[in-house]
Each structure stands twice: as C-alpha cells, then as structure tokens.
Design a protein around this ligand. Structure first.
Ligand code: FES
Length: 293
C-alpha cells in the first residue's frame, strides 16, 4: 500500500459525517454575510486565501521549530510562534469558509485536517505560555509536538488541494482544449432568448446566452467545482448580465467571465462569438477574463 492511500480511506469513511456535516451546517449558519464569505474565499484577490495564509502561519511555526534547535535563538522562536498564532485566526476562518462549500469526501478529509490543526494551535498556545513563564525548554518540546500535529494537517491540506481539487480552478484547461479557430455551435435561431443553454463547439461544452442578436458564451464547467453553468439562472449584478452557478451560487459576468460572487475565485472560461449565415460560431479566448468580443 502506498503511504497516501490511507488519506483516500479517510475520504471514504462515512462515520466522519457525524462530525463533518454538523460542522459544515454550523459554519453556514454563522457565515451568512456574502461579502465576508467572498473575502474569506479569496474572491477579491482572485486566488484562494486559505493556502496563502496557511503558508504564513505554518512557515512561522516551522521556522520556530528550527530555531529552537539552535543555541540562543529561543527569543526569535517565541516571536515567530506569536506571529504564527496571530495569523492562525484568519487562516482558520478562510479554511472553514472553503470547507462549508466542499463536497462530502472533501469535508471528511477537511475535518481531520482541522482536528490536526486545532491540536497544533493548542500546542503552540501552551508552548507560548511556557516560554513567557521562562520555561523555554518545555516551550520548545511543546512546540515540536505541535509541529508534528501541524505537519500531519499540512499533508492533509495538500491532499485536499492537489488530490481532491478543493480550491483548484476547474476551468483552467479550456484555453488549451477549446477551439482556436471559429467553430460552428449550431443555428442562432435555435437559441432561446435570455436563457442559458448548453452547446458543443468542437471538443468542448459551453454555456450560451442569446440576447437579441448578441450571444455570449462561457465554458460550461464552473471554475469552483465543475457544476454545469447551463443549469444556472441569469442574474443582474451592478447592471451586468451574469450567470449564477446552480451548486454554490458563484456568479460570473457573461461579458468576460469575471467572478462577481464566490466561492469561485477563478473566472469562467470565455468564448468570443460571431454569427455567420445564421450560424453561431465561437472560439476560445487564449486567456480567461478578457472581453468576449
Ligand atoms: S460548482 Fe461551486 S459555485 Fe459552481
């Protein structure tokens, strides 16, 4: 058995739902402000916030652990633990926000990841308290124990991101697989007015919205977790026509795929369109986030 197969077993352990589901429901009851949720997901920076903050807090703890090995470096190590604990609050908040929109298998790994990190934080609080009382050796031992728990949490966090694709951009491949040349996507007359519909162009599925003679097309897969955007509704956000994802409510501007509301942080893939002899043609934009025409 490979060492990381055990993490897949965590994802399959339904017994964890007894803790994971109530935790998800609690976060959703607490995190009702959409703007705050978007900040925690990372929408304003166009990138998941949690991994960036986690690097900062865990990096501080790891550095402190290394300094504790060296002579006469306990004071900077204590300062680094203070920094790590300060960043741990927003790190945890952003992680719980992502967790609340994850699917069941991700939540099972996520709840064990959270337990490991809570153990780590508890250990570092105890370590800091010991150091502030002058018991630096006890503080270093507690710090190393906390670092071991945090390392396990970090492995699970990496598994969530890279193996289970939590936070990954699920629309990243469109510019690589979408048609570079104008490609037929059906008759214009077959498109209903003001309604998202699925169409196929070459090898890719797209969602198409017609407004009069104007047609907008985005990649069918939601960048957050691959929901079919053609099952979503149109929404007006600040005067822009957008499509709302049917699964977790991310909202993308039709003109350029921009994220208007999270949890998605990456834009939807954009397909410029044109009409020739009553036929809709489209091709993929080489870079998401550019205007569709
Ligand atoms: S799949 Fe989650 S917002 Fe679209």
């Amino acid at each position: 058995m490979r060492p990381f197969d055990d993490i897949d077993r965590i994802a399959r352990t339904e017994a964890l739902d007894r803790v994971a589901a109530p935790a998800r429901d609690l976060v959703n009851r607490v995190l009702t402000n959409r703007k705050i949720a978007d900040v925690l997901h990372g929408v304003p920076i166009g990138h998941p916030l949690h991994p960036a903050l986690a690097q900062l807090s865990f990096g501080s703890f790891l550095s402190a652990g290394l300094l504790d090995i060296l002579p006469r470096t306990r004071r900077p190590a204590t300062a680094l633990i203070g920094v790590g604990l300060l960043v741990a609050g927003p790190t945890a908040a952003s992680g719980w926000a992502d967790y609340s929109q994850a699917h069941e298998e991700q939540q099972r790994v996520g709840i064990v990841h959270a337990a490991a990190n809570i153990t780590m934080i508890t250990g570092y609080v105890a370590s800091l308290a010991a150091r502030l009382r002058g018991r630096s050796t006890r503080g270093a031992l507690l710090g190393w124990a906390a670092l071991a728990a945090g390392s396990a949490g970090a492995v699970l966090g990496g598994h969530l991101s890279y193996h289970q694709s939590l936070g990954a951009n699920h629309a990243e491949d469109y510019p690589h697989i979408g048609p570079e040349d104008w490609t037929d996507a059906g008759a214009l007359a077959d498109l209903p007015e003001g309604e998202p519909v699925a169409r196929r162009a070459g090898e890719v599925n797209v969602v198409v919205v017609r407004r009069g003679d104007e047609v907008r097309a985005l990649g069918q897969r939601c960048p957050h977790a691959s929901a079919p955007l053609s099952d979503g509704d149109l929404a007006d956000v600040d005067g822009d026509t957008c499509v709302e994802c049917p699964w977790h409510g991310s909202v993308f501007r039709l003109d350029d795929g921009r994220v208007m509301r999270g949890p998605a942080t990456a834009p939807a893939a954009v397909f410029p369109t044109r009409v020739r002899d009553g036929r809709l043609e489209l091709r993929v934009a080489t870079w998401p986030g550019v205007p569709a025409s």
